[in-house]
Design a protein around this ligand. Structure first.
Ligand code: ADP
Ligand code: ZN
Length: 216
């Protein structure tokens, strides 16, 4: 059996979302599960789950393990995931989450996306999206071709920034990452599932590069 169950792990701004899109070019049916996206969706729709997560997310703190674990468990148990495999983006983030995952599923690889801290800051504090179509841009590294106009949908860009992409919250998110990363990396290293990826320029990866990384 080929590898089909991947964990993406790395600091905020390491490009887990971008890398997931790259993986989907090689494995189009794989299911991308981003816990951050699921929370943001629930927040927007003011669901009970969203209301539970809001205060944590606003401060750049982690949502309690039991809330996240239950949510991921529900998602992983669906038929599409069992059939096509998954990219877990943003989970597990803590050792208890990793242990809970091992009871639900056996991941094939954990890809650790490594990016320099200065680059991370630029990426996060500069990133914004088009309010019309969601296309992602960056003030420093990825501006639209024509200033103020969305490349993808042609609309005049109404600037939309994630509410937790500010200097104060970012510091908390990076500190939280550092604290939790060590034991998690150790745990997956021991299981021989850890693979380090230099993620400073993932957009330059070819399909062959990606296949090498995924070992497929
Ligand atoms: P980033 O990696 O840029 O910090 P995400 O989009 O992955 O952002 O997550 C945004 C927020 O959602 C986190 O700061 C946290 O509050 C919450 N969250 C996402 N995934 C988890 C998780 N596995 N455990 C706890 N909280 C989470
Ligand atoms: Zn657009």
């Amino acid at each position: 059996m080929k590898n089909s169950k991947f964990i993406l792990f790395g600091p905020p701004g390491s490009g887990k979302g971008t890398f997931s899109s790259q993986i989907k070019k090689v494995l189009p049916n794989i299911i991308h599960i981003s816990t951050g996206d699921i929370f943001r969706e629930n927040l927007k729709n003011e669901t009970p789950l969203g209301n539970k997560a809001k205060s944590y997310m606003d401060k750049g703190k982690l949502v309690p393990d039991e809330v996240v674990i239950e949510m991921v468990q529900d998602r992983l148990n669906k038929a599409d995931v069992k059939e096509n495999g998954y990219i877990l983006d943003g989970f597990p983030r803590t050792l208890p989450q990793a242990k809970a995952l091992s009871e639900i599923s056996d991941p094939d690889l954990l890809l650790l996306l490594e990016v320099d801290r200065d680059i991370i800051k630029k990426r996060i504090l500069g990133r914004y999206s088009c309010k019309e179509c969601g296309a992602l841009y960056n003030k420093y590294t990825l501006p639209p071709k024509q200033e103020g106009i969305c490349d993808k949908c042609g609309a005049e860009i109404k600037f939309e920034q994630r509410s937790d992409d500010n200097e104060e919250t970012l510091k908390n998110r990076l500190d939280t990452y550092e604290k939790n990363a060590k034991p998690l990396i150790k745990y997956y290293k021991k299981k021989k599932l850890l693979k380090r990826v230099n993620a400073e320029n993932t957009l330059a990866f070819s399909e062959e590069d990606i296949k090498d990384i995924l070992e497929i």
